[in-house]
Design a protein around this ligand. Structure first.
Ligand SMILES: Nc1ncnc2c1ncn2[C@@H]1O[C@H](COP(=O)(O)OP(=O)(O)OP(=O)(O)O)[C@@H](O)[C@H]1O
Ligand SMILES: [Mg+2]
Length: 410
């Protein structure tokens, strides 16, 4: 039903009259593949030289690609593979490649799903469940060996795969070449978990890391160039100034030189400017974009935690509030014991089975690692050790997290 009010007719008027800020917003999304990749010549050349034997029908070594978030690992790998494929196609030969993002749900959760995904990507029809894993393995093997060629398997976010299915799977995959008669598999494993390799089985480590490529963080100047190219296609002329580009680049450079973060800042700043009816992006839009992105990041992290961790965090928030409200309470430190008492009450109210205090202490440690709280271990002499706990998120995200947890436990 259309309800008429005095203002309703002009709510949208200003948006209709407003000049568009964006030219092509897709250009600014992180899934967009740009025409040009800047400041990665060394890494692209290195990857190219390792894969070049495929041009002559020889088998390239496995490659382990690592570096922190947003340093261009995925985009460079995809770029080089499609380039290689194009050249091989021109020469009348063929190269098979399969890209798998192991973090995607229902893709690499189990060995079965991974083989099923590999087969699907190679054009075979496979049921989502039902067949024994070794039947799938056989079908995969036969499919790979059906013609003389190289198959490049890109396992992006490979750490997520190993966390879910262990590294036996990788061992089998790297050993498969010894059985293949006509073809060869080259694996490109990509990760932003810098300690991932240290925990691998030695045999897997040596075969996966036949070659290694490190992607270093971008500096502010490099990020500025990357942003400039994307902004050119993404925004209408005059919307983004040099100052704005420089500020986004500088902020992202401070945060591990992450190009995704720089692009997100610029895109969200554009959205905020558009929403405010401004014709161009100003510096304050970037500040607001940063706050918004931080808020989204923290809330998403909390949302993704298991219930028990969420219950612990909720207890910490409640305890902190109690301490803040009690003016007479001079020592406002929160200790593990305080949180545990509150946690028991939260469990009771929410019908959850409580864990032991020792387990809660571990969960507190994990929340600390995620940067949501700080929990300093302190010694209480012969009474053992405890943790001095405080919240580490700013006011706004905290309010959002509290609402989220209140809906769950309140
Ligand atoms: N050199 C570059 N030139 C142009 N765009 C780039 C460049 N490096 C990164 N980008 C862009 O930055 C974003 C992040 O890059 P990419 O996804 O390749 O990072 P990553 O290293 O794989 O990060 P993660 O470890 O988080 O997966 C993408 O949108 C990509 O298009
Ligand atoms: Mg990536």
């Amino acid at each position: 039903m259309l309800v008429s009010t005095n203002v309703s007719y002009n709510i949208f008027a200003k948006y209709i009259e407003q000049e568009d800020i964006f030219n092509d917003k897709k250009t600014l999304s992180s899934s967009f593949i740009p025409q040009k990749i800047s400041h990665r010549d060394a890494e692209l050349n290195q990857m190219g030289s390792i894969l070049a034997p495929a041009l002559k029908g020889y088998h390239p070594n496995n490659i382990f690609v690592y570096g922190t978030c947003g340093t261009g690992k995925t985009i460079c790998t995809k770029f080089i593979i499609s380039h290689l494929q194009e050249i091989i196609k021109q020469s009348g030969k063929s190269l098979r490649s399969v890209y798998i993002n192991c973090k995607m749900k229902k893709v690499a959760d189990t060995e079965y799903r991974l083989f099923a995904q590999l087969l699907k990507e190679m054009g075979e029809c496979v049921p989502d469940t039902g067949l024994p894993t070794d039947v799938l393995y056989r079908r995969f093997f036969e499919r790979v060996d059906s013609k003389p060629s190289t198959l490049i398997i890109i396992l992006d976010e490979i750490d997520a795969l190993v966390k879910k299915v262990g590294d036996d799977f990788l061992y089998n995959l790297t050993r498969i070449n010894q059985e293949l008669k006509r073809s060869h598999i080259t694996i490109i494993g990509i990760t932003n978990d810098l300690s991932f390799r240290d925990n691998l089985d030695l045999r897997v480590k040596s075969s996966l890391s036949e070659e290694e490529i490190l992607f270093k963080p971008y500096n502010a100047v490099q990020l500025r160039d990357i942003l400039m190219e994307r902004a050119d296609g993404g925004f209408r002329p005059g919307v983004v100034s040099d100052t704005v580009l420089g500020k986004c680049a500088a902020l992202a450079a401070q945060e591990h030189g992450d190009a995704r973060r720089a692009l997100d800042l610029l895109r969200v700043a554009g959205e905020l400017a558009e929403r405010a009816g401004e014709p161009s992006i100003a510096e304050n839009h970037i500040d607001m974009a940063q706050q918004k992105l931080d808020m989204d990041r923290v809330t998403e992290t909390v949302r993704g935690q298991p219930s028990q961790s969420q219950a612990v965090l909720y207890s910490i928030i409640k305890c902190q509030e109690k301490a803040d409200n009690q003016k007479a309470w001079t020592d406002k430190r929160l200790l593990t014991g305080d949180v545990f008492d509150n946690y028991l009450a939260v469990c009771k109210a929410g019908g959850m089975k409580p864990l032991t205090q020792r387990r809660i202490s571990d969960l507190i440690g994990e929340l600390d690692m995620l940067g949501i709280i700080t929990a300093k271990v302190i010694s209480k002499g012969r009474y053992g050790r405890t943790r001095d706990i405080s919240l580490a998120v700013k006011e706004e995200p905290l309010a959002k997290i509290k609402t989220l947890l209140q809906e769950r436990f309140g």
